[in-house]
Design a protein around this ligand. Structure first.
Ligand SMILES: [Zn+2]
Length: 231
């Protein structure tokens, strides 16, 4: 298994890095978790064929996590002429939001059916589904104000924080790896809990983005764009 940080920054492109996006290649194929505005560009830099993506799982619907969706679709429709099925998942509201984003960017294309099967699954916290051959479990993340819902995700034995608030109970139980954003790895007292808990976990967490020297310690890999880990 290979886990690549396609984008390793926060919403602000900190340190000149891309929006958050993870690429996971395993024995079943490949999927992405979140797909910020720079996701497709990063795939192209890797020379990774976007049509190989079986699924894109969104933790929440902020722009830095979904902004790359219309570019993924326009590449599939107008360049590669994708025929392979694609699965998307995310919190309630994902289906409408993804379509609105697609229509806002490419109105004419969005008026036509896609040339490949797209299935969108909406998951509430506590729900799970078998998607593209992998068990996807949604946990409540402390990031958005109701009715908007943010998720942390557990996909197989890999855990994803979404944006880093406190890590949900159970997210990392038995996980081989935690892929964590680091927007809130600051001195803010509420959010600092996330980092304090990360430090105690017997996991090799991948850290996104602009973390400073305070996270340079054993078991923590601070990622730049396109950095990867083999498991
Ligand atoms: Zn967010």
């Amino acid at each position: 298994m290979r886990v690549t940080a396609l984008g390793s920054a926060d919403a602000f492109f900190s340190a000149g890095r891309g929006h958050t996006c993870w690429l996971i290649e395993d024995d079943k194929g490949a999927y992405a978790v979140d797909f910020g505005a720079t996701g497709l560009m990063a795939l192209k830099r890797l020379r990774f064929d976007p049509d190989r993506l079986q699924a894109v799982h969104f933790t929440h619907l902020h722009g830095d996590h979904i902004g790359g969706w219309p570019f993924l679709l326009v590449d599939a429709v107008h360049r590669s002429h994708r025929t392979a099925p694609l699965i998307a998942s995310g919190p309630p509201g994902t289906r409408d939001r993804l379509h609105a984003l697609w229509a806002a960017c490419y109105r004419r294309a969005a008026e036509k059916p896609l040339p490949f099967p797209l299935t969108v699954h909406e998951l509430r916290p506590g729900e799970s589904a078998a998607l593209a051959g992998r068990e996807v479990r949604a946990l409540a993340a402390q990031h958005m104000t109701p009715p908007d819902i943010a998720l942390s995700l557990r996909i197989g034995d890999i855990a994803f924080t979404g944006d880093t608030g406190a890590i949900p109970d159970g997210l990392c139980d038995g996980a081989r790896l935690l892929c964590a954003e680091c927007t809130y790895l600051s001195q803010d007292s509420d959010r600092h809990l996330a980092w304090e808990r990360l430090r105690k976990m017997k996991l090799p967490p991948l850290m996104l983005g602009h973390a400073g020297s305070e996270v340079r310690e054993a078991g923590v890999k601070v990622c730049d764009d396109l950095d990867f880990l083999e498991l």
